[in-house]
Design a protein around this ligand. Sequence first.
Ligand SMILES: *Cc1c(COP(=O)(O)O)cnc(C)c1O
Length: 363
Amino acid sequence: MTRAYNFCAGPAALPEEVLLQAREEMLDWHGKGLSVMEMSHRSDEFVGIAQEAESLLRELLSVPQDYKVLFLQGGANLQFSSVPLNLLGSRSSADYIDTGIWSNKAVKEAARYAKIDVIANTADQHYHRVPQQQELKFNKDAAYVHYCSNETIGGLEFDYVPVTENGVPLVCDMSSTILSRPMDVAQYDMIYAGAQKNIGPAGLCLVIIKESLLDREVSSIPTMMSYRVAAENDSMYNTPPTFAWYLSGLVFQWLKRQGGVTAIGEVNARKASKLYAAIDESRLYANPIAVANRSWMNVPFTLADTGLEKAFLKEADAAGLLNLKGHRSVGGMRASIYNAVPEAAVDALIDFMHAFEKKYYPA
Ligand SMILES: *Cc1c(COP(=O)(O)O)cnc(C)c1O
């Protein structure tokens, strides 16, 4: 068996060790004679699996005691509607920062429930940088401020955590960057992240929320979308995606074995900086993002001769470098180099890019 290097933006690569462990435990989990998929979510076994995953996540991110961790469904997209329905309270508007495709989708969905004010927007600069703190013009009666810390498609990330005014809660879509490096959860009031990038398989969405925000839901909220109900039921109001939850727990164990977010953060910084250096040094490849805002996780790049894109993808595929095609909305290439993508994969990609340039685009 050979496993290729997978640069998919999501569902993304999982650590090989985790897949091997899941295979090992597949038919007979810990001598219980059944797989995790076949267990009652109310069984002691699964409740143990679920609690261990939560406590590992809390440990990895040093989640403060007054925050709830919820394991939800519907992906990050459902959060685009869950956030306003849970956090509006008696207010009718919210502030959003627009930095690209994902934050834009969040704006459009929230606008179905509230008056949304896009308080900063770098569309006129092609989303090649994020707005600075002093450009954020907050509204004092906003129910919350929402932003996306890493735009997965644009390859653009915040190099700072926005500070709101008047105690307005800060909500962050951290789908493609959570667990990629150390962070201070207390700087946010709520964080959410779809699992299929840095956490585990698709089907799960993590929410980390300050307990004091659990009393703001609008009365018409669907029960399944209520953070309060989820918190009161340990994320088991209905049948949760048990296998995805279990596998995420294995990923958290793996991450802890790597040395946690500090150690993985150092690897991630190195992976990103060598890939951007290879792009910047070449004549064929380019990345337009302001250096301070270049994503550590998603590295888009274009080819000076777009006629070479097909050959690039075909030869990359043949070399075992998969899923490098950029998002359909922006074209070009994109290498997603999440936690589970080993440094050797980035080295192999850089070698391939050099060889390809030499062959098809010689000086
Ligand atoms: C992938 C992604 C989403 C969408 O996630 P789904 O789980 O597919 O709904 C939202 N926001 C960001 C930043 C993402 O990377």
